[in-house]
Write a protein of this length. Structure first.
Length: 196
């Protein structure tokens, strides 16, 4: 039940990211066309686009936490036994929760300080800009706590303990290399082949 709710929540985040990106494109492109073609422009375009971009980045970071898509390396962790992998994941999640708490505290303080400060063009409270950090911290903290609970209750398989995903380019390279090795072996040119 929690997994289904989590999937719906992350799907909603993906839709919101797409909507923010679409509005940004329309504002920026429309502003460029209006400036060059009609010597006019959308006054709020730059400010709103900048704020949407910050929100887009933070919401994307939440989606990446759920999918394990943040940068990382598994050179050491993948070679550890099961207990070592669990210990590394536990330590990593505790560190991430601490950093998320620090980020939440700083973002909350900045949002409170800037609650009465108006943005120069839109007049919106600047606290909305810093609220993106608060929303990110809360969502990331919940996701990290759920993953930690799954680890501590033993609901994670060994494959789930290494959260690094290889890039698409790396996967394509490995497929190409596997195909070359296979074709060399079939022709007899490879390491096990009979040709000199």
């Amino acid at each position: 039940m929690i997994d289904a709710a989590l999937e719906r929540f992350c799907r909603a985040i993906d839709i919101l990211i797409a909507a923010l990106l679409a509005v940004m494109v329309v504002l920026v492109f429309g502003n460029v066309v209006l400036r060059y073609a009609f010597n006019s422009g959308i006054t709020v375009s730059e400010e709103v686009s900048r704020w949407f971009f910050v929100w887009l980045c933070f919401l994307g970071a939440v989606a990446a936490i759920k999918d394990g898509g943040h940068l990382g390396t598994d050179m050491l962790v993948s070679r550890l036994p099961l207990a070592g992998k669990k210990a590394c994941m536990l330590a990593g999640h505790l560190l991430m929760l601490y950093v998320t708490w620090l980020f939440l505290d700083g973002s909350w303080q900045q949002a409170r300080i800037n609650l009465d400060v108006a943005a120069p063009v839109t007049g919106a409270p600047v606290a909305l800009f810093y609220a993106s950090g608060v929303v990110f911290s809360v969502c990331a903290g919940i996701l990290l706590l759920l993953q930690l609970a799954r680890l501590l209750t033993g609901r994670l398989g060994e494959r789930d303990l290494v959260r690094v995903q290889e890039s698409e380019e790396q996967a394509e390279l490995e497929i190409v290399q596997a195909g070359l090795v296979r074709s060399d072996a079939q022709r007899g040119d490879g390491p096990g082949g009979t040709r000199p």
